[in-house]
Write a new protein. Sequence first.
Lengths: 201, 201
Amino acid sequence: MVQDVARAGLSRERLIAAGAELADEEGFEQVTVSALARRFDVKVASLYSHLRNSQELRTGIALLALAELADRAADALAGRAGRDALTALADVYRDYAHEHPGRYAAAQLRLDPETAAASGGVRQAQLTRALLRGYDLPEPEQTHAVRLLGSVFYGYVSMELGGSFSHSSPGPEESWTRILDALDTLLRTWPTPSAPTPTGP
Amino acid sequence: MVQDVARAGLSRERLIAAGAELADEEGFEQVTVSALARRFDVKVASLYSHLRNSQELRTGIALLALAELADRAADALAGRAGRDALTALADVYRDYAHEHPGRYAAAQLRLDPETAAASGGVRQAQLTRALLRGYDLPEPEQTHAVRLLGSVFYGYVSMELGGSFSHSSPGPEESWTRILDALDTLLRTWPTPSAPTPTGP
DNA sequence: TGCATTTGCCTAAAGACTTTAGGCAACTTA
DNA sequence: TAAGTTGCCTAAAGTCTTTAGGCAAATGCA
């Protein structure tokens, strides 16, 4: 019983990349060590030389997605400011989620603090903060605004992908534009608290 | 070998309620037919007389959470308007997520269209729309605003629960308040596409 | 009250995924 | 080309899901 014993050329990198493709094609829920082994036409146990466990596979995909998002965000913001930059950054998230729904779902995985701190998520926050420089907000407010923008981008895209908007009249595209209009306005006229936060002594 | 053959008194209702508790205690990921059977000290197969499959269990928990959220939202909005109503509704989501993280995670499950249409999610959207009556927005804009509020509530709470805000300086509580301030302002000065906000000449 | 039917939980079993242990062949290197 | 390392393999145990069929308790009816 002679077999083709050519090696499959597995590696952590390739496995995670293939896992990301699998996620986009079949859904992140379907990403499994077994499915991945099938895709490489290899026995399941073989993957465990490259991955500690299935969690590492999922986490790897999440980190890949977060890094890709940060890269795209950096690209989108280069040379832009104000409303233009806001739209560009927002569209990075929306477009990525549409192109790579499985990866986007992976990016929402809860990571343990150290892993999260070393992820592209941090860079994304920095980039959002950079975007806000065009809006001239006082420092304590800037953090709040970063969080607002993150929430809207993340929330809107998740809800749209989840079909929350697919059964009422204006298409999600139109709301997206109008919401970005509104956020732009809001950032230009950001209300400071009546009793301003103590910035220092 | 005489056994205690008293019946466990299982029912779809009780199973889903217990599943919701399990979700809050152990995490929605850990909600499994097997774990539930263990909790009732009953054999796994017994649950399949009450549940078509494990998906039905998860969906049931999601629908329970969506209904509970809608109930709380209705309660919170009763007799309130404007900024007061906005805060009350927003806190419904945030408080619920903190009290019942497993159920909240369940509520984010993608439901098929018919199920979603019959869920508490619809009522939540209606209630959000009712809240906006206090802000007097023209009709096409109202839908956009509903979606914005939904996105912010959902996005912010998810990110906070996911730990996205736990490693930067102002606590999530403070940002929440400031963001609600900002949204209140935004809704009062909502920019319409034809007549842009008088930001300047 | 006694009998028949229904109901509720059981045993058994098969299939899928995860993970570990240990083996052999194919590469690498000297 | 012999020795060592690496890469994928077989084997096996554990968990979860789901279906089929069985027995006894609960219920309904005369």
